[in-house]
Design a binder for this molecule. Structure first.
Ligand SMILES: [Zn+2]
Length: 451
């Protein structure tokens, strides 16, 4: 038995001093006050203890794109950022996770490298819809424990193309039978294609052209389409990396109408706008792009009032510097390795700047994602849950340096910023796996978890 003493944990919205008793990998008891007994003890020294954070949207690129990231470097970034569970996307590994063979292949490769626990998203492609194979492959992947299926209304990936509205409709119907989630990258293909081509043809190469090309209205248009399909079909829908106030309005409407819809946004959309992209350049290039101040404020408001359910990082590392320093914005990789700094960003600009409460922060970083994706033992400090903890100093400030990142992509748009709130220790299923001072304390012990 292990005792964590001198912890501060949230109880009904307020921090209270507590002791946490751990038996093996599981939380056995939480006691508000001192505990006596024969325990191996870790004195947390009055720091704040959160349930290990959960990132439901990462691209760890393994196998297939491991020159950008792999499961070892990605999951180390997660653990160093206080994240004990991630859900990896199906499309940025080769082959994509679209059937049980590909699933088994990927699991076999990544489970030896994982420092954090992990779940998988499954996928469906248009050729599988044409052949009719998708009906079985979705059910096979459901049996393997995927949390849901990822769809793109626009895609730059050769092996994982976009889907037409009628294809989404077909796939959602089958996913509905599994009761799993349909997650959608929502940007209208026609609009983005039209404007991007027009700007490229006009020889525009500046960062602003990226934002103009990925037209603002493309997001609400695509969200409207998939919400419409969902209203008709009755599946569970999740909108990934929401960026616009207009898109948020539709999600609010959908929730009011009783449609089963959730949404996530990312630290970069909460921290940066188009002006920052002009200043920072390709390092801040993402898809969708950063938007306007009005949107940034609306996203915080959405997190506060619950219309946005949680924060995900969309962690996606490009090769640095070669994929992130081309003169033409079009030639640069779209993505940021964000997981290691996500908590500190949310703590700094959310909690310390009074946009969200401490309870909000815990909910959007841990519990809400575990509930939505059915990760039954994750996301809460409660009896019977996995003993996953992120132990943080809410008031410790540090200057962001890309050299401190465990990701292969050692770049960040937060470079040079002073963030307030730092992960001091991470505990995965009862074992300390990371300490700020000492780094990683052992071999990878992450485990696959099913929905
Ligand atoms: Zn993504």
């Amino acid at each position: 038995m292990l005792l964590l003493k001198n912890c501060f944990i949230l109880d009904k919205g307020a921090l209270k001093k507590a002791s946490i008793i751990i038996s093996g990998e599981t939380i056995k008891d939480i006691i508000f006050g001192e505990v006596n007994g024969d325990f191996e003890t870790i004195d947390v020294g009055g720091l704040t203890v959160f349930p290990g954070f959960i990132d439901p949207h990462v691209h760890f690129d393994d196998p297939g794109f491991t020159d950008r990231e792999d499961f070892e470097t990605g999951s180390k970034s997660a653990i160093a950022g206080g994240y004990t569970t991630v859900i990896d996307m199906p499309c940025t590994s080769i082959p994509p996770v679209i059937n049980k063979e590909n699933f088994d292949y990927k699991l076999n490769i990544v489970q030896k490298k994982a420092f954090c626990d992990f779940a998988f998203w499954g996928g469906v492609t248009p050729p599988q819809l044409k052949s009719g194979e998708y009906v079985n492959s979705i059910k096979e992947l459901e049996k393997r424990g995927v949390v849901g299926f990822k769809f793109y209304t626009i895609s730059g990936m050769k092996d994982y193309p976009r889907m037409e509205v009628e294809e989404l409709d077909m796939a959602f119907r089958v996913v509905k039978e599994t009761n799993l989630i349909c997650a959608v990258h929502s940007e209208d293909f026609r609009l983005v294609n039209f404007y991007s081509k027009f700007l490229e043809d006009s020889k525009r190469k500046d960062p602003l052209a990226w934002c103009e090309g990925r037209a603002y209205e493309a997001e609400p248009m695509a969200i409207w389409e998939v919400v419409g399909i969902t209203r008709n079909v009755g599946n569970k829908l999740h909108i990934v990396h929401l960026t616009t106030k207009a898109g948020l309005e539709i999600i609010k409407w959908g929730k009011l109408k009783g449609i089963d819809i959730t949404a996530e946004t990312c630290p970069h959309y909460l921290s940066f706008t188009v002006e920052d992209l002009l200043r920072i350049g390709p390092v801040l290039k993402t898809a969708p792009p950063v938007r306007n101040e009005e949107d940034r404020c609306a996203l915080w408001e959405g997190l506060r009032d619950g219309s946005i359910d949680f924060v995900a990082t969309d962690h996606a590392a490009g090769k640095y510097p070669e994929e992130k320093s081309h003169k033409s914005i079009w030639d640069n990789y779209a993505g940021i390795p964000g997981i290691q700094l996500a908590f500190s960003v949310i703590c700094t600009y959310g909690f310390h700047e009074n946009r969200i409460t401490l309870q909000n922060m815990q909910d959007i970083l841990s519990e809400n994602a575990s509930m939505r994706f059915g990760l039954m033992r994750k996301g809460k400090i409660e009896k019977g849950y996995d003993a996953d903890f992120s132990i943080v100093d809410l008031n410790k400030s540090f200057e962001v340096s890309p050299l401190d990142l465990y990701s292969k992509g050692r770049y960040t748009p937060f470079e040079g910023r002073i963030l307030k709130g730092k992960v001091i220790k991470t505990i995965l299923r009862g074992k300390v796996v990371y300490e700020e001072e000492r780094g990683f304390t052992g071999k990878p012990t992450g485990r696959y978890i099913s929905h």
